[in-house]
Design a protein around this ligand. Structure first.
Ligand code: GAP
Length: 399
């Protein structure tokens, strides 16, 4: 919805020179060590963080991490002994091969982030859309990382979905935009239903080689604070490197000042799986509804609920045809589920557990008077309304 914003769907397998230019081939590594006793492999920073959450392992050098682990005799989470190898840097990119030869020249990589796909398409987007600075390129797509310790449900996986939004701007406008996107991220999470007290900024002390300013937004998961967004002022590092490695000018001609320069980039990146995980922790409850009864309900905002409406014939034999007709009518506008098996109470509960905001029951009154019963997931209150008015009612309440 933002002006001057364009969407791309870049390649997952790109020319491997892209990853040389970006620095991923040489520097996208995790500090790993092996337990000499049980031969399991661990990330040194995770060992430290899990042992003492108040220590910021990200800010430590490799040597500092080794001495901390030795000094505190941090135990191996698998066998409990403390006898580790030295740290080695382990590249997180997944490799595959293309073409018919099986040598180093055929080596290509699955993208470990969406960002570089947006950077190498910057000229395409700028020229085809006649974009002027500041403008943004966004993408939602998969990223792949050979994480050695995937854990905590979908918090850390080897294949995950990123939503990355890159704003290209003039040097000098960068810090203000950085601040804007940092704050925007927090407001965005609050608008999704994550409570402000469970969100915090974590400004980076140790900056990546390309970054001028960097900050994460963390959510308080039941297993600890974890990053769900990152805002980075990447300067003109990425485009300068792509210019150098591709031999193609990445300069922007500023018509107002008649200058040529390589734009700065403000990156705002969101981990979609982690956000959905946070929404599940926040919204999925077991709720007591009477002295003897409970229900599982997923209180996700109606605008975010994957399925919006549950259409339920009260009695399959009598009401299924009419219910299917209503299902067809509504599914032009909304994601609708049709369910006819089991008691009506059980069907309500199944819908509550996956967060469907509205259940529509089709009964004799629907056949006789064209009215249905609409049940609200959160209040469980029921309201009779005309079939005619359903689309308008749902549109208004789902937005
Ligand atoms: N382009 C910048 C970039 O990729 P990142 O902090 O490495 O930055 C961005 O990743 C977001 O992707 C993180 O904020 C996090 O939410 C998500 N993410 C990173 N690694 C992940 C993993 N292994 N599993 C699930 N989500 C992950």
């Amino acid at each position: 919805m933002r002006e001057n914003s364009y969407e791309v769907d870049a390649d997952i397998l790109m020319n491997p020179r892209v990853w040389e230019a970006s620095g991923h081939l040489s520097g996208f590594t995790d500090p790993l060590l092996d337990c000499k006793e049980c031969k399991t492999r661990h990330r040194a920073d995770n060992l430290i963080q899990d042992y003492d959450a108040s220590v910021n392992a990200d800010a430590m050098t490799q040597e500092e991490m080794v001495s901390f682990i030795r000094e505190k005799q941090i135990p191996c989470p698998v066998c409990g002994k403390s006898n580790f190898t030295d740290i080695r840097q382990f590249n997180l990119m997944f490799e595959t091969k293309r073409g018919v030869t099986d040598d180093s020249t055929s080596r290509i990589f699955l993208r470990p982030e969406n960002a570089q796909g947006e950077y190498v398409n910057y000229l395409n987007v700028m020229r085809s859309m006649r974009a002027k600075l500041p403008f943004s390129i966004g993408q939602i797509g998969k990223a792949f990382r050979n994480e050695i310790t995937p854990k905590n449900f979908t918090f850390r996986t080897i294949e995950f979905e990123q939503m990355e939004f890159q704003t290209f701007c003039k040097e000098g406008d960068d810090s203000e935009l950085y601040q804007y996107y940092k704050e925007y991220g927090k407001k965005f999470f609050e608008s999704l239903g994550l409570p402000a007290e469970k969100l915090r900024f974590h400004d980076h002390e140790k900056l990546a080689h390309y970054a001028k300013e960097a900050c994460d937004i963390e959510y308080q998961f039941p297993f600890g604070w974890g990053e769900i967004n990152g805002t980075h002022n990447r300067t003109n590092f990425d485009l300068s490197r792509h210019q150098e490695y591709s031999g193609k000018s990445m300069e922007y001609f500023d018509e107002a000042t008649k200058e040529k320069y390589i734009p700065y980039i403000i990156e705002s990146t969101y981990g979609l799986d982690r956000i959905v995980l946070a929404l599940l922790f926040e919204g999925l409850h077991e709720e007591k509804i009477s002295d003897t009864d409970t229900r599982i309900v997923f209180n996700i905002k109606p605008s975010l609920a994957p399925v919006k409406v549950n259409v339920l014939p009260l009695m399959k034999k009598k009401h299924a045809d009419k219910a299917r007709e209503i299902y067809q009518r509504l599914s032009k506008y909304f994601m609708v589920q049709y369910e006819e098996s089991g008691s009506i109470g059980k069907r309500y509960r199944r819908g509550d557990a996956i967060g469907i905001p509205y259940a529509i029951t089709v009964d004799d009154a629907t056949l006789e008077q064209e009215t249905v019963t609409v049940r609200d997931r959160d209040t469980m209150e029921q309201e009779i309304m005309s079939v005619e008015g359903l689309v308008e009612f749902l549109r208004r309440n789902l937005e």
